[in-house]
Write a protein that binds this ligand. Structure first.
Ligand SMILES: [Zn+2]
Length: 49
């Protein structure tokens, strides 16, 4: 039941990370502070499919 997701930078829209999440335990949209290589700083990354 794990779903593939990607994490997209909120500023440059690059998809920098891919991950999976368990849809049964995590129902809300993921938002993580991650390092973006194209912005060269930490930005908020949002889950995209
Ligand atoms: Zn970025």
């Amino acid at each position: 039941m794990r779903e593939k997701i990607q994490l997209q930078c909120g500023e440059c829209k690059h998809r920098n990370y891919s991950s999976t999440k368990n849809k049964k335990t995590v129902t809300e949209r993921l938002e993580l502070r991650k390092f973006c290589r194209s912005c060269r700083k930490y930005t908020t990354h949002k889950e995209v499919r």
